[in-house]
Write a new protein. Sequence first.
Length: 148
Amino acid sequence: MQEPLVVHRETHISAPPSAVFALLTDPEKILRWMGTEAQVEPQPGGLYLVNVTGARFARGSFREVVPVHRLAYSFGWDGSEIVPPGSSLVEIDLIEKSGGTLLRLTHTGLPNAEQCAGHAEGWEHYIGRLAECAAGRDPGPDQWAGRV
C-alpha cells in the first residue's frame, strides 16, 4: 500500500553508483541534467541549493551523506509558504546492480496530495534526465526551463 503524501521513484541507471553519486553531488555535473545554478556541500549540515528551472531555487541542507551509496537532504523552495526551504526530506539510495545502479528516491514531508503529485512529476522528469546523462547520453535542453 502506498503511503500517503510520500513520493517514491525507482529506476535502473546504466552507470555505476560512483558515477550516479557524482551527478548528484558535484555542482558542475548536476547542471548537466538539472538546473541553471547549483551550490552543494555534500556533508552533514552542508548546503543544498539548486536553481532547478532557472526560475526557482530549491534549498535545504544535507542530513546524511554516505559516498556512492546514500544521500538525504532537507528540501523546499525559496519564497514558498507551502513547501518552504528545508520543510521536506529527500532520501536517495544507490544500489549496485548488474549493469548499473538501482536508484531509489523517497520524498517525504510534503504538505498535501497536490504537492506530492507535482513533486512526483518533477522527480520523474529529472530522474529520467539523470539516467540519460549517467549513461553517457545528452539529455538535451530541459523542456521545463523557466517553469515555476
